[in-house]
Design a protein around this ligand. Structure first.
Ligand SMILES: CC(C)(COP(=O)(O)OP(=O)(O)OC[C@H]1O[C@@H](n2cnc3c(N)ncnc32)[C@H](O)[C@@H]1O)[C@@H](O)C(=O)NCCC(=O)NCCS
Ligand SMILES: Nc1ncnc2c1ncn2[C@@H]1O[C@H](COP(=O)(O)OP(=O)(O)OP(=O)(O)O)[C@@H](O)[C@H]1O
Length: 199
């Protein structure tokens, strides 16, 4: 049975995954956004809220998971982070299967997976695209986010496969240290190649 070619999109914190995934969507490619699914599962009434409250008491409330509180509980404690991942990742995998079934007729689909290398998701995709910018650009972008600190940024970087490894393992690298216009053009060219079977 034919199935879509699966592109796995990844990149380290703040490298521009969400931005570039939206560019692929603009090219007409269905996008599975792992992060958005996590948000959905954690929001008010979300399927994982009770289990997260049991594992991390006090981190949920009337509006679902308080991500700031949960982040403070797990970033910095590898066991707790692993516990949270064991709750969240199987639920995300289930949603990914549903997405694939719903888009069985597409020629290409894209999975936006922040932890593609770290959690083995690369094995389930056909082509790997990594978004990457110089470290100084990445750091500046992330530190501009509300609530982000140098300490938190440095810690999250240590939890993730480093950028050089990601680039080395990529089939294609989309540079995001340049202007959004240039990046969009590069995405357009890549999609053209993929659709023509040239890549
Ligand atoms: C701990 C949570 C609530 C914090 O949420 P918050 O909105 O404050 O931060 P955000 O999700 O934007 O993450 C900040 C950065 O940390 C990275 N990050 C998140 N979870 C992890 C993880 N398990 N391992 C490494 N990096 C991670 C993100 O990719 C991002 O670059 C949230 O990150 C979460 O539920 N994480 C566990 C699920 C997960 O692994 N998500 C990422 C892949 S789907
Ligand atoms: N050429 C570019 N390509 C991508 N993003 C860019 C570019 N230039 C500037 N940016 C900005 O950089 C930021 C990248 O954030 P984005 O949320 O896309 O990253 P992310 O990799 O999904 O982050 P996280 O891992 O933390 O979820 C956005 O604010 C985006 O507008």
């Amino acid at each position: 049975m034919n199935r879509p070619r699966i592109i796995g999109l990844t990149g380290s914190i703040g490298m521009g995954k969400s931005t570039v995934a939206a560019m692929f969507a603009d090219e007409g490619i269905p996008v599975f956004d792992a992060d958005a699914v996590v948000h959905e599962l954690q929001k008010e009434g979300g399927a994982l809220v009770p289990e997260i409250e049991t594992a991390f008491p006090g981190t949920t409330g009337p509006h679902g998971v308080d991500r700031k509180a949960l982040g403070a509980a797990v970033f910095g404690d590898r066991d707790k982070l692993a516990k949270l991942e064991s709750i969240v990742h199987p639920a995300v995998a289930k949603q990914r299967s549903v997405f694939l079934r719903d888009h069985a007729d597409a020629d290409i689909v894209l999975f936006d997976i922040p932890l593609l290398f770290e959690k083995g998701g690369y094995r389930g995709v056909d082509t790997i695209v990594v978004v990457s910018s110089p470290y100084t650009v990445q750091r500046k972008r992330v530190l501009a986010r509300p609530g982000m600190t140098e300490e938190k940024f440095d810690h999250i970087v240590t939890l993730q496969t480093n950028d050089a490894d990601k680039r080395a393992r990529a089939d294609f690298v989309i540079e995001t240290g340049q202007s959004l216009v240039e990046t969009r053009l590069n995405v357009h060219e890549l999609v053209k190649k993929l659709r023509a079977g040239l890549a």
